[in-house]
Design a protein. Structure first.
Lengths: 480, 436
């Protein structure tokens, strides 16, 4: 609230600076704006920017990082009573002190005796620190606003290059925005690496990457944290790979063939109907596919396999029949097929672009030699488009590996090392979701392992994307 | 081709040479291959379309019945013996409603209260809440008979809609034969009315399926999308303007460019992990709030907005820039007065499409704690909220059958929003896009 008020006040001050700056510029020009270097508005903007921008930035930083600073200041001094507690309990103590200070409901922990006294002290300290931080930010931004204005205002004169200065500010803002994209990547990498590093301190990366038993729930108990093999991620990688293979088996042929049909055979009206419909399929949120998989495809497949099994029981394939009778909804096949459906428009639109990019002269040459359309496609167009199609497939694989909702809703939770598509498997993304939803203590290896999985996922998908981009870049110009 | 086509032209067909026979056969085979290949392509398209039709058809088929609901009107005698005026909140209104129902149905409660229990299983607790609110407003109603109208419990509603059938064996359905008889009786004496389910749009999530609605989720989605739009669109446009119009072509900008392309392909769940580590654990933004959700989705939408804006800027011909520079505009003026306004339709189309994509995103929101049960409209940008796709996820996990129907209905609402956004983008593109 206070921040909003001060921002409003700052905006008013900045507006006033604009008016004053503009007026001063006109005045120094002797009332004839033609002799000014820049349009009068630029002089006003220059003054307004100096008056408003640094202070606004400080306010923004203050609201974003103020909490961090308060935490650090409050926790700088830990009373002996508090230090005797576990690390987790210490955190609870400090967060409770802050909660009480801010009038929010604290945790259910009760404090007694010395601890209660320490808490009261810290509550008072938290209030003091909060006020200190808040008012120093406010005061400092007031000083910045005023001094910015006082610095800029006297400079305004007829031959001051106000436009160039203002454009410098604009350029800086634009550049800062483009750096935000880099900062996002940096943020992803740093947060994943940092949390994974904490995870790898209790579990060796070798055990994690090559262990074949995944059972983080058991490892929750303190005495079993280091239980060997509980964090072996190989079953998850295998499950992810299996579902990805099934998905690609559906998406690659259907997507590629529809792209070929659309770009080589279909006439204009058909294209203009089918392409938007494929876009609709591409725009459907993945949670909808998940719902479809869990409540339609799953029961359907199960009923189908059970019926098939029933016909086999008692025959020569009795064992297979018995097995099929037992098949459950949550099989790898269901998640894979639905994911394949999701990827069809992705594969098809990427391949369509690539096939269309093959120059017409190649086709014409082939037709002139007497080749039929399908021969042209198979012997000329597809070989020419092959690198691009490979890249499209790799991107689709990367999508399949990182896809979360379909597998969370339709695949199971049991980490099994199997290649049977009728069995239930789990994937990396499913485990990340399971580990991080619900109650979480943030320091347990169980929660941190999600970041280890996330890092693996990030590295794998990034690798696939980079390879795909490389392939496209390397072979693109060949036919231009 | 040599003389393969010749014989057909001549009026007298010369006998074919062995070579020609072989060629004819080969041609036939090639044409068969051609037909086969074309059929494969067509089959692929048909398969994709069948998937689309089945997907949409199934969801509409499962969900449309939610939009109809059945309400019951029952005269309730507010028995002064059962109502303690000093503690209105503590009165068992459900039982008072059940009494009225039993009277209407002509049955008497047994000593164990089994009959009243069965009756209570039919009507929503909403009726009881209505009585409480009426009494709070006006205590003089005690001792009078008033008529209240409210929804049935979800299972009874499903029976009226034909989803629970009498032909199912009694053990396999939630309602027994006696309850179904009562429902038929109520229907026959005209106290059951069917109508549009407005409650689905005016209620938020609830543990009772018949009272659960999408209002909280829709408002939550709107708030979150607002944050996403306010951050991702201006920042994305500015970044794209810089990269396309101002940046020198050097190693550093190449890095940024590759970076943005890669960011667009990072799995969404990784953004969730980033949000959890950065915004929640490090910056202490409140969990499951529209603010943190909007921030995460903004980071996710940023690369797509940048890519779309860049291609829109690229489409503006250089002659526009040269003309502006030629009459003395500065670089910045050229971009902001001429290039960007001309690229605006493309920019807006790209922005709307990436926001539509963000609207349907679920996975990163699960990471930042949005799976919690939120029974109301979010209280501000830092309060707990739920959004439409997550609501779908939560309801899909619920065991009651009535929730599955509602899940499909929530999906329909979500899809309608997405279709509106996509249609807006298409119209914008058709209307304002200029070909140079």
């Amino acid at each position: 609230m206070l921040t909003w008020l001060s921002l409003l006040f700052l905006a008013l001050f900045s507006g006033a600076a604009f008016m004053l700056g503009k007026r001063r510029a006109v005045k120094t020009a002797g009332g004839a704006p033609r002799v000014l270097h820049s349009l009068p508005g630029y002089y006003g903007s220059y003054a307004a920017l100096w008056a408003g921008a640094p202070a606004a930035l400080l306010l923004l930083l203050g609201t974003t990082f103020g909490g961090r600073v308060e935490d650090a200041m409050l926790q700088a001094q830990r009373p002996a009573v508090v230090q005797s507690l576990d690390v987790d309990r210490q955190d609870v103590f400090f967060s409770d002190a802050q909660a009480i200070a801010q009038g929010i409901a604290p945790s259910e922990v009760t404090y007694e005796g010395e601890l209660k006294a320490a808490l009261d002290v810290k509550v008072a300290e938290a209030r003091r620190i909060e006020n200190l931080v808040r008012f120093s930010v406010l005061g400092l931004s007031g000083v910045l606003a005023l001094s910015g204005f006082l610095l800029a205002f006297p400079r305004l004169s007829a031959d001051f290059r106000a436009r160039n200065r203002v454009e410098g500010w604009v350029g800086g803002l634009l550049m800062a925005s483009s750096i935000a994209a880099v900062l996002t990547t940096l943020g992803i990498v740093l947060s994943l690496v940092w949390e994974s590093w904490r995870f790898f301190q209790s579990i060796s990366p070798i055990d994690f990457l090559f262990g074949t038993v995944w059972n983080p729930q058991i490892a929750m108990r303190a005495d079993q944290v280091a239980a060997e093999g509980a964090f072996g991620a190989v079953p998850l990688f295998a499950g992810t790979f299996l579902i990805m293979l099934i998905a690609m088996a559906v998406a690659a042929p259907v997507g590629l063939y529809s792209a070929i049909y659309l770009s080589e055979y279909a006439n204009r009206p058909v294209r203009s109907v089918i392409k938007p419909l494929l876009e609709v399929l591409a725009g459907v949120p993945t949670v909808v596919y998940g719902f479809f998989a869990a409540l339609t495809v799953g029961p359907l497949f199960r009923a189908g396999f059970n019926a098939l099994g029933a016909t086999m029981v008692g025959g020569p394939l009795d064992g297979v029949g018995q097995y099929l009778m037992e098949v459950q909804n949550q099989m790898a096949l269901v998640a894979g097929v639905v994911m394949g459906i999701m990827l069809i428009p992705f594969v098809s639109s990427l391949s369509d672009d690539i096939i269309n990019a093959v120059p017409q002269s190649l086709r014409d040459g082939s037709y002139a030699m007497g080749a039929t359309k399908s021969e042209t496609v198979k012997k000329v167009v597809l070989p020419a488009a092959l690198p691009g199609i490979m890249a499209a497939m790799l991107l689709a694989v990367s999508r399949a590996v990182g896809e979360t909702m379909i597998v969370t809703m339709a695949a199971g939770l049991q980490a099994k090392l199997t290649v049977n598509p009728l069995d239930t498997v789990t994937t990396v993304t499913v485990q990340i979701v399971t580990l991080l939803t619900g109650d979480q203590e943030f320091d347990s290896p169980k929660t941190l392992s999600a970041f280890g999985l996330g890092l693996t996922l990030f590295v794998v998908t990034l690798g696939l994307n980079i390879i795909a981009l490389r392939i496209v870049q390397k072979y693109r110009e060949q036919y231009d | 081709m040599t003389d393969a086509a010749q014989p057909a032209v001549g009026s007298v067909r010369a006998p074919l040479t062995a070579q020609q026979v072989a060629m004819e056969a080969r041609l036939k085979k090639r044409h068969r291959a051609e037909t086969w290949f074309k059929a494969q392509g067509l089959a692929a398209i048909i398969v994709a379309m069948v998937f689309l039709v089945v997907l949409v058809g199934r969801i509409v088929g499962q969900g449309y019945s939610t939009f109809e609901t059945h309400t019951l009107s029952v005269p309730v005698y507010l028995n002064p013996e059962r109502i303690d005026t000093s503690d209105l909140e503590g009165v068992n209104y459900d039982y008072i409603v059940a009494e009225a129902m039993m009277k209407k149905l002509g049955v008497v409660d047994d000593d164990l209260g089994l009959v009243s229990g069965k009756v209570m299983d039919l009507t929503s607790r909403d009726l009881g809440f209505q009585l409480l609110n009426m009494l709070k407003a006006d205590k003089s109603l005690i001792g009078k008979t008033i008529t209240v109208t409210g929804p049935f419990k979800a299972d009874a509603d499903l029976y009226f809609k034909g989803e629970i059938k009498r032909s199912t064996p009694q053990e396999d359905r939630k309602l027994d034969d006696q309850q179904l008889n009562w429902l038929d009786q109520l229907k026959n004496d005209g106290s059951v009315k069917s109508g549009f389910n407005f409650a689905f749009f005016t209620h938020s999530d609830s543990t009772e399926p018949e009272q659960a609605g999408v209002l909280g989720a829709v408002v939550g989605s709107a708030m979150m999308l607002l944050i996403t739009a306010l951050i991702a669109v201006p920042m994305g446009v500015m970044a794209a303007v810089y990269l396309e119009e101002f940046a020198p072509k050097n190693r550093w900008t190449d890095v940024i460019e590759v970076n943005i392309n890669n960011l667009a392909a990072v799995p969404s769940i990784v953004y969730g992990l980033l949000g959890l580590a950065l915004f929640i654990n490090w910056l202490h933004v409140p969990r499951s709030s529209p603010l943190v959700g909007g921030l995460v989705l903004a980071l996710m939408a940023l690369p797509t907005v940048i890519i779309a804006t860049r291609s829109a800027l690229k489409a503006v011909p250089p002659s526009i820039r040269e003309a502006a520079l030629g009459v003395g505009a500065s670089k910045t003026q050229t971009v902001f007065h001429h290039v960007l306004p001309l690229a605006m339709p493309g920019v807006m189309t790209g922005a709307i499409l990436s926001l539509a994509h963000a609207l349907g995103e679920t996975a990163p929101l699960l990471m930042i704690g949005m799976v919690s049960f939120v029974p109301g409209v979010p209280e501000g940008f830092t309060g707990a909220a739920t959004v439409l796709p997550v609501q779908v996820f939560i309801w899909e996990n619920a065991s009651e059958r009535a929730f599955h129907e509602r899940t499909a209905a929530a999906i329909i609402v979500l899809l309608v929003f997405m279709i509106v956004m996509n249609a807006a983008a298409v119209i914008l593109r058709r209307r304002f896009e200029r070909r140079w």
